[in-house]
Design a protein around this ligand. Sequence first.
Ligand SMILES: [Cu+2]
Length: 141
Amino acid sequence: MKTPAKFAIGLTALVVLVALARLSTLGPTAAPESPPPPPPPPVRTERVFFISAQIHENSGFNVSEIRVQRGDHVVLVVTSLDTTHGILLDLPWVSISNTVPPGQTERVEFDAEQTGTFTIYCPNPLCSAEHYLMRIALVIE
Ligand SMILES: [Cu+2]
């Protein structure tokens, strides 16, 4: 059986060993950790699309789909080749209705804030009998 004095010596030796073991893992030059740098701001890519519009009987919009990434800044440069057309876009975060007179060019801009597939329409119901077919799919990935 151990005597209290031997027990105290054994306990002291154990404490010293544990302390030495911990010191050896810390290393002599442990510098204080600095906080990680803040993440860079998201890159906002501007995507420009040149769109021509004419009555659907003569091919309507020259593009049927626009594909962008969420966060992109989208610019639509729309030229009407015959009568009044334009861009009608009713998104959950923005609504745009911009007519383009014959021979004119208009610029429409918005941010692609949510993913999904949306529809861009011609806002002029009188542009032609097939006005309802003038559509562009807007895909935000
Ligand atoms: Cu139209």
